[in-house]
Write a protein that binds this ligand. Structure first.
Ligand code: DAU
Length: 276
């Protein structure tokens, strides 16, 4: 299929966003992650090589760097140290893409971004899950002590950075992307409850994610200095817009959470709630 598409449409550019992307799902079952993220990326790289693609942007993740202590930032020089089946599969795809540049001269560029939020995010992720559960008055499952830190970026800021890397990024290079907005999980959850006028009694501390990375934080000075990128969305406004989007688009997420997703939710959360 990939070969046919390259030939039929004379494809010369690839931006590979495709992935199995959820850490918790990779803990429930890892194989599909290696198949999609590693083999899938390799299939695209091989096709790009065969059809002499002029640029291949691989969307990686900051999770390839592993976990940080209370201080410090991930730079592009930070050694890769992925901790979950998800992040190890993404790290494999990331370095495979770079190896295709090194060995075959394929014009590859890699981006490593921090946690995204915004409209249309699948309800398995922290922010949409907490918004939807709050709206429905359901319990909010906080893993561990709720003090894990993530560095949040609005999806449109991420997309603009990817566009810039696609147009101007130097071949063979890696670019970190992040908006320097570190937040503890519990802070975000309380903020969502406050904005929706719901009680903090909905919060329930549950069994932690196995191997849960403590902190991610990104140094994005390279993309800022070399390509002139900077984030333009402010967290407080953009999280407010995100919450409004979920309030105004109930049909979109009700359809998702009433289908196949229910099985996932049960597999992921039923034991967690019972065990605490
Ligand atoms: O850092 C970039 C990565 O961010 C992306 O590469 C991944 O595709 C994306 O899923 C995201 O990974 P995280 O594991 O950080 O995101 P998630 O939304 O699953 O969880 C964010 C934090 O919230 C994490 O510390 C776990 C916690 N959490 C998550 C869920 C779903 C909870 O406390 N309760 C939950 O129910």
């Amino acid at each position: 299929m990939v070969d046919y598409l390259f030939k039929r449409f004379n494809l010369k550019f690839v931006i590979n966003f495709a992935a199995e992307s959820h850490v918790d799902r990779s803990i429930l079952g890892s194989e599909i992650f290696y198949r999609t993220n590693v083999i899938g990326t390799t299939v695209l790289l091989e096709a790009a090589r065969r059809y002499q693609a002029e640029k291949f942007v691989q969307i990686s993740t900051d999770e390839v760097y592993g976990s940080l202590g209370p201080t410090g930032l991930f730079t592009e020089q930070t050694p890769l140290s992925p901790n979950s089946p998800y992040s190890s599969s993404k790290a494999s795809a990331d370095i495979t893409a770079l190896s295709f540049h090194h060995t075959f001269g394929l014009p590859v560029v890699v981006t490593r971004c921090s946690n995204n939020y915004g409209p249309l995010q699948f309800p398995e992720k922290l922010i949409p899950l907490m918004i939807i559960n709050s709206i429905k008055g359901k319990k909010l499952p906080v893993y561990g002590d709720g003090l894990n830190v993530r560095d949040w970026i609005y999806v449109i800021d991420h997309n603009k950075a990817v566009e810039l890397v696609f147009e101007k990024g130097n071949i063979g290079e890696v670019y970190n992307i992040g908006a320097s907005r570190e937040m503890k999980n519990i802070e975000i959850i309380k903020l969502i409850l406050k904005k929706l006028g719901k009680s903090e009694e909905l919060i329930e501390y549950v069994k932690d994610r196995p191997g849960h990375d403590r902190r991610y934080a990104i140094d994005s000075s390279k993309i800022k200095n070399e390509l002139g990128w900077k984030p333009s969305f402010n967290f407080e406004n953009a999280i407010g817009d995100t919450i409004d989007w979920y309030l105004q688009n109930r049909n979109w997420w009700e359809r998702i959470i009433s289908g196949e997703y229910q099985k996932y939710y049960y597999a992921q959360y039923s034991e967690r709630f019972n065990q605490n």
